[in-house]
Design a protein around this ligand. Sequence first.
Ligand SMILES: Nc1ncnc2c1ncn2[C@@H]1O[C@H](COP(=O)(O)OP(=O)(O)OP(=O)(O)O)[C@@H](O)[C@H]1O
Ligand SMILES: [Mg+2]
Length: 587
Amino acid sequence: MLKLLRRLSPREWLMAAVSTVFIVLQVFLDLRLPDYMRDITTLLQTPGSEMSDILVAGGKMLACTLGSFASSILVGYLAAKIAAGFSRRLRQSVFDKVSSFSLGEINLFSTPSLITRSTNDITQVQLIIALGLQIMIKAPILAVWAIFKIAGKSWQWTTATGVALVFLLIMVSIIILLALPRFRKIQTLTDSLNRISRENLTGLRVVRAYNAEAYQQKKFSVANLNLTNNNLFTTRIMAIIMPCMTIIMNGLTLSVYWIGAALIDAASMTDKIGLFSNMLVFTSYAMQVVMAFMMLTMIFIMFPRASVSAKRIGEVLSTDVKVKDGSGVTVPQSLVGQVEFKNVCFKYPQAEDYVIRNVSFTANKGETVAFIGSTGCGKSTLINLIPRFYDATEGEVLVDGIDVRQYTQKQLRSKLGYIPQRSVLFTGTVSENVAFGDSGKGEYSPEAIKNAIRIAQSTDFVEQMSEGYDSPISQGGTNVSGGQKQRLCIARAVCRDPEIFIFDDSFSALDYKTDRNLRTALSHELAGTTCLIVAQRIGTIRDADKIVVLEQGEVVGIGTHRELMKSCEVYREIALSQLSEEELINE
Ligand SMILES: Nc1ncnc2c1ncn2[C@@H]1O[C@H](COP(=O)(O)OP(=O)(O)OP(=O)(O)O)[C@@H](O)[C@H]1O
Ligand SMILES: [Mg+2]
């Protein structure tokens, strides 16, 4: 929590200081009230006192109250401003940090937890800052000041107040001990609730198709019930506080009066009036002391929850990002568009076994290099090393002859046109999706966007959409077909005009004709651009300059289609399973 508070700006510290001044003023004014009250009671009891004197004292009381009211509004305003500004910046920092995470760190935290951390957790911290500024500073000042005022009035009364405070402290300690562990749990339970809702919404079609609503509902209601029970427990405990407080406060007043009655009874006639007004004043101060402790209790109750949240936010902010920017490089012109793997091995963080073993190959400028192999053999993993979604565990990945770790991530990725295995589109229009991101070459012109769409064989369906290039795409691209989505993703990569294309099984949802047209268009219009293609269909990669055959993360053959048909058993099996011997020989 304290670590997070270091992020407050000097201006916010200044505002906090100003609000402290106003809190002191407020406490001062509040504590003046009993004094005036004593004056009024004394005046009332003194024969011959003037109405105007009483009115003056009453007027001063009113002024104090209004002053205190105004200060408390000001303090509330400042506190809200500080808390809101602070949490806005905190949210931004968390977002920026999460954006810089590599997939390894994101998997470590899990997406739902990252969402809770950047929303719910920050709200908790914001709440405690807003309240804390008002109460945490006020309560101790009020307590000390009020105790100071009543000290030395009468030991009997002071003892009564002391006893009340001891009761109060015992009660607060019990409550905190009971509630604290639950608060820790609430945040993790919120994470899991988030996860289940998210999973349910993203997998809605599957849930419906498999009649799994009841199953999902059960999962949700278990998590929901868990959270509710925890919330209920803590709220119930809190609910006890108020009545207990009232009992303690009223008990205190009662005992002060009781003691007062005995004292007055025993006093001489002349002391009676003084004692009576003292008693009234004492009660008011004693109430203020109890109030101050009550406020502290509230903080003690809210603080644990906020500090759990602060810790969770701190964890995100202090996580070391594994994929770090290199120092930046100037690329020798002669090697532009080259990709080389040198004895690359890779295993996923937290995994035992290597997924990629000793892979070496070179893709020269303008070449098409294809990767083929059974599912799960590590094709996606292999090409994900090029944009540094992960870093190779051993060996080197070179782009344009330079290790990818030496580039800044921006520099590296602006060279690449990456089309993921699972097509991803964003909320926006077709054009916005195609002109997505920044390739460091300036804004995309409408002609460039149209051209990219044409090369990706999408002109027909885009122009048939209701608003053409400005037709809306919904989140995740659910309003276009799988193949259309894939083509728009290809158009997005083409639009960047990259040095190197990386297609991760990006032709799988296309029919054979479109697949062929697209590849022809790419090779004609973008000759000179290196293409790395992962594919399952022999037809897609038959014309590649080089085919890399993978099996269980290892290269078992590299060569052209013809060479591999002769030399590589694995490749021949794949080929024969898709095409007849005749077709293959006719090649
Ligand atoms: N994030 C991950 N953490 C741990 N292991 C993973 C992760 N992603 C993939 N793997 C494992 O790595 C292996 C290779 O996966 P990869 O996605 O590279 O296969 P692929 O060849 O692309 O398969 P496909 O043809 O089905 O796309 C798989 O056995 C998989 O279990
Ligand atoms: Mg894959």
